[in-house]
Write a protein that binds this ligand. Structure first.
Ligand SMILES: CC(C)(COP(=O)(O)OP(=O)(O)OC[C@H]1O[C@@H](n2cnc3c(N)ncnc32)[C@H](O)[C@@H]1OP(=O)(O)O)[C@@H](O)C(=O)NCCC(=O)NCCS
Length: 184
């Protein structure tokens, strides 16, 4: 099983028995506010979960969407990098943590290790992420990771009675390397 270790966390491949714990991390109104209602149903997450499990068996492997766990085994969320365009070494990235575990720096810690892995082992040139422009916590995470705002796409989705802008962030391999060198 693919595993990465950080100071306080274990990042590992999802296992079939993880679904309930994974689904439970999404069950909070603050977590859900930036997702459309239909993206918050059990069938929706079941489909995502099946897709994640299929990704662990791919060869060559393009997706590392990992479970984020505490050392006692509690599954607190997920973080992942996905190779979207191999020829141009472009990967997308996403992270989500259950509401009880926000505010501890767990997402930042997990994603730093994921970025090290993506840039050093997968030879990615650029990692990008998109989030709702109003999702200030997701934007703060991107900024803690040293990502830059590529731009705002206006009114890309309509749900919960309003139009939502999308913020696109990215970081390049050389930017990650110089930020990492400064931290050491
Ligand atoms: C996006 C998301 C993962 C961010 O979670 P988070 O807990 O705010 O992010 P971090 O783990 O980086 O924690 C940062 C916070 O922990 C604090 N912190 C505490 N101990 C820390 C430590 N040892 N190291 C770093 N930060 C620490 C920071 O000061 C910061 O606090 P603040 O929010 O009061 O400024 C979370 O809001 C989430 O899962 N949301 C729902 C899903 C979602 O929208 N995902 C994004 C989809 S694009």
């Amino acid at each position: 099983m693919f595993t990465l270790q950080t100071e306080r966390l274990i990042l590992r491949d999802f296992q079939p028995g993880d679904f309930e714990a994974f689904f439970a991390t999404t069950n909070d109104p603050e977590y859900q506010q930036f997702y459309a209602e239909e993206e918050m149903t059990r069938p929706f997450w079941q489909k995502i979960f099946t897709h994640i499990l299929e990704g662990t068996a791919e060869t060559p492997r393009a997706s590392y969407q990992l479970a984020i766990c505490l050392p006692d085994g509690t599954l607190i969320g997920t973080g992942g990098v996905r190779l979207e365009d191999a020829a141009n070494q472009q990967a997308s990235f996403g992270c989500a943590i259950g509401r009880p575990f926000w505010g501890h720096g767990y997402a930042t810690e997990a994603c730093r290790t994921l970025f090290d892995f993506a840039f050093e082992q997968l030879n990615i040139h650029r990692i990008y992420a998109d989030t709702k422009a109003k999702n200030t916590r997701a934007r703060a995470l991107a900024e803690h990771l040293g990502m830059q705002l590529d731009g705002i796409l206006r009114q890309t989705q309509f749900f919960r009675g309003e139009w939502w802008d999308t913020a696109i962030y990215s970081i390049l391999k050389n930017e990650w390397k110089s930020a990492t060198d400064k931290r050491r």
